[in-house]
Design a protein around this ligand. Structure first.
Ligand code: GTP
Ligand code: MG
Length: 286
């Protein structure tokens, strides 16, 4: 069995930064995390990818093609389709080592996770190669300022969740940039309450619209609340404990560590062989 986080979310939500920090945090807790860059338009990031889609295709290849004439978004979708047509390339790059841990840094075009099926097909391929997957949906906490943006963010997460059909963790990023006041406000959206979501008192321009759609807002809020469909976990990337909490939540989703525990207890002969494996299990507890 192998493990992977699929890091998704809107443009600029902090995906590449999250990947780099997770890898660094992994090293500090003796977990070897490989990063795969899946963004064919990426220019720079703070990590060295183990695998890079740009070695297969770059978005410029699609945009500069004289017959296709793609713009940046069409070009990106073309590149992702191209990746799916060349899955043996990815499979080969990923190797077949048991217990490998990968993080996939994905592009920020949200349509990939809403109505297109390229990412879903990629999930199916990874699962068929023995990966246990958890999607990590990042949303910039600066947008969680009122109910309308909360509902919109939650619906985007929900849309990605139903599109990908894998374990799912929603994360609010860039908490370190929030003022004390904004952090307090954020608490309201970590445990959202349907009635509370309708009680915003922002700009009067929207109040008529809001009044007219109060029932709709409340119903959506209630569905999210009743079914615990979308719960956001705050992440302060500058705080090791916060990173460890998120990693622990993801570990639970993909049962990282549990298989190794069973394997060690049931099959491993005493002492001599256990030394190396012990670390691997303990690191799962962060
Ligand atoms: N202070 C702070 N800055 C962050 C954090 N996460 C991201 N940033 C900054 O936000 C900007 C965008 O971050 P990226 O990690 O490139 O975001 P992304 O989601 O990969 O962006 P795309 O790949 O373009 O969709 C960069 O300037 C980062 O330095 C964070 O947790 N804290
Ligand atoms: Mg990025």
């Amino acid at each position: 069995m192998r493990y992977a986080q699929i890091v998704i979310g809107p443009a600029g939500s902090g995906k590449s930064t999250y990947c780099a920090e997770m890898q660094r945090h992994g090293q500090a807790t003796r977990r070897n995390i490989h990063i795969v860059n899946l963004d064919p338009a990426a220019e720079a990031f703070d990590y060295k990818p183990e695998i890079d889609i740009r070695d297969l295709i770059h978005v410029d290849d699609a945009m500069e093609d004289e017959e296709m004439h793609f713009g940046p978004n069409g070009g990106l979708v073309f590149c992702m389709e191209f990746l799916l047509e060349n899955l043996p390339w990815l499979e080969d790059q990923l190797g077949d080592d048991d217990d490998d841990y990968y993080i996939f840094d994905c592009p920020g075009q949200i349509e990939l996770y809403t109505h297109l099926n390229v990412m879903k097909r990629l999930m199916e391929a990874l699962e068929s190669w023995n990966f246990r997957l958890c999607a990590v949906f990042l949303l910039d906490s600066h947008f969680m300022v009122n109910s309308a943006s909360f509902i919109s963010g939650a619906m985007a997460a929900l849309s990605a969740m139903t599109c990908l059909e894998v374990s799912f963790v929603s994360v609010l990023s860039k908490i370190d940039l929030l003022s004390k006041e904004s952090r307090k406000q954020l608490d309201r959206f970590l445990e959202p309450d349907a009635k509370d979501l309708c009680a915003d008192d922002c700009s009067p321009i929207y109040s008529k619209w809001r009044e007219r759609h109060r029932n709709l807002t409340e119903s959506i809020g209630r569905v999210l609340e009743d079914y615990s469909l979308v719960k956001f976990a705050p992440l302060n990337i500058r705080d090791e404990e916060s990173l460890a909490d998120i990693l622990f939540t993801i570990d639970n989703c993909i049962q990282y560590g549990e298989d190794r525990d069973v394997k060690m207890e049931d099959f491993d002969p005493p002492e001599a062989e256990e030394e190396g494996d012990d670390d691997g299990y303990e690191e799962g507890r962060g």
